[in-house]
Design a protein around this ligand. Structure first.
Ligand code: IMP
Ligand code: MG
Length: 183
């Protein structure tokens, strides 16, 4: 398929199929289920907006009682990562003494996550770990440890299953790579 960006039509090639995602989620959830007691609350700190589809699908395989909290960061403009990270929502107030699992769509430069972890250090949580559907290890600039990783991918820009280009295409059921033409 093709998508529009800045007046140009760009090709999207499938990278991770709907079926591959469906197979991976219960296994990823098993890793999380094995890492936490099943009788304690786990707070899913869901990073808006890209993680919403992933988090809602993943959460249904988790065995412990979960709470869902949301946070919104801003870093990306179009297909470029900006240097500045902003918190567009306050950190939820009820994370104290809780196991907190950050749920992200993708770790690219790692700046957003480094920033969020730093913000969370101001609160007395019991633990903070990170689950990300996608990870781009070659793009990391800030060191980020992904505790639970769905898929490791290359540096190319991807859309679908929650991930957007200019706010659109989050509803694609698979993950596709956006091919930027080289001149
Ligand atoms: P980072 O701070 O560079 O790690 O970027 C984190 C955020 O940028 C992610 O949570 C996404 O919202 C967005 N992002 C990074 N790479 C992509 C991509 O390939 N497609 C769509 N959004 C992306
Ligand atoms: Mg995100």
């Amino acid at each position: 398929m093709k998508v529009k960006h800045k007046g140009k039509e760009l090709d999207v090639t499938p990278l991770i199929s709907e079926e591959k995602i469906r197979e991976r989620l219960p296994r990823l959830a098993e890793e999380i289920n094995a890492a936490y007691p099943h009788d304690e609350v786990l707070v899913l700190l869901i990073v808006l907006k890209g993680s919403v589809i992933f988090a809602s699908d993943l959460s249904r395989y988790l065995k412990m009682p979960t709470e869902m909290e949301f946070i919104r960061l801003k870093s990306y403009e179009g297909m470029e990562s900006t240097r500045k990270i902003e918190l567009l929502m306050p950190i939820p107030p009820n994370l104290e003494n809780k196991n907190v699992l950050i749920v992200e769509d993708i770790v690219d430069t790692g700046r957003s996550l480094a920033f969020l972890r730093q913000e969370l250090r101001k609160i007395q949580t019991r633990s903070v770990r990170l689950c990300s559907l996608l990870n781009k290890p070659e793009a990391h600039e800030d060191p980020v440890h992904v505790d639970f990783e769905g898929f490791s991918i290359g540096k190319n820009f991807v859309i679908g299953y929650g991930l957007d280009l200019d706010g659109k295409y989050r509803n694609l059921p698979y993950i596709g790579e956006v091919r930027v033409p080289r001149f």
